[in-house]
Design a protein around this ligand. Structure first.
Ligand code: AKG
Length: 250
């Protein structure tokens, strides 16, 4: 698996999430999407996308503590990894979304060094018809992105079942498809970065304490709770067990 991940920039792990959990996740995501669509400004670039999914339901929050996610992120990437972003990538019937453009999820290219890792959690089967992700195997090894024609000709599809977990190097060139079916194609996406990088949102400040308190150690690590910066000398000199920037974070 590790070799495939290194060579192709992507692996698909079967049977990670059971149907009861998928049911709950999809219900929470659809409710959050509906609420979002009624509240979002009309002209934002990623309309329909739910950001910061940990705020929108117990099951989506609990994914931050999921032992399988922790296992794959820490073994394929970094034991001190933190969450860069946690959002949705749903394709409504007969629609595409912001992810449909050909893109990479990290603008930085450092030869032979992984800065971010991406997860796609399909909450519906990914099929050719409903917009399964396109990706170009091995493209994470190049700084330059291919042109549209080359990508479209050589891209593969991440055809897989709901409950599978798609893990990819954030430099892999990919694109969501277009959903040509009559049902929505729901998915959650997470992106993890190194512990010394900045997150897309300041999660330790953004997520209310009562939600953070529901997380275990792994979820707290992902949220960035071990690498918070002191805002005063008082916070800097806190006793070891209360330190905001914990030791040994890489
Ligand atoms: O929804 C998809 O198929 C792709 C998602 C995507 O492009 C992303 O996570 O960056």
């Amino acid at each position: 698996m590790k070799e495939n991940f290194k060579k192709n920039g992507i692996v698909i792990i079967p049977n990670v999430f059971d149907s009861a959990m998928l049911f709950r996740l999809k219900k929470e995501l659809l409710a959050a999407t509906k609420k979002n669509l009624s509240e979002q400004k009309a002209d934002i670039f990623d309309k329909g996308m739910v950001h910061n999914c940990m705020l929108h339901g117990e099951s989506m929050l609990a994914l931050l503590d999921n032992p399988q996610i922790y296992h794959y992120v820490t073994s394929l990437f970094d034991t001190n990894a933190i969450l860069y972003a946690y959002q949705s990538s749903t394709l409504m019937p007969h629609q595409s979304n912001y992810g449909t453009r050909i893109h990479v999820d990290s603008p930085r290219f450092i030869n032979n060094y992984l800065t971010n890792i991406g997860l796609i959690i399909p909450l519906d089967d990914f099929t050719e018809e409903n917009g399964a992700t396109y990706y170009l195997p091995g493209s994470h090894l190049n700084e330059k992105l291919p042109d549209e024609e080359y990508f479209r000709k050589n891209a593969k599809r991440a055809i897989c079942k709901k409950g599978n977990l798609i893990i990819f190097n954030a430099r892999l060139v990919h694109a969501a498809g277009t959903n040509n079916s009559n049902q929505e194609r729901c998915a959650l996406t997470m992106n993890f970065c190194r512990s010394y990088m900045r997150q897309r949102f300041d999660f330790p400040r953004l997520v209310p304490n009562e939600i953070i308190n529901k997380l275990g150690n792994n979820g707290r690590q992902f949220l960035g709770m071990n690498v918070r910066m002191p805002t005063s000398l008082e916070e800097f000199y806190l006793p070891e067990e209360q330190r905001l920037y914990k030791p040994n974070q890489g």
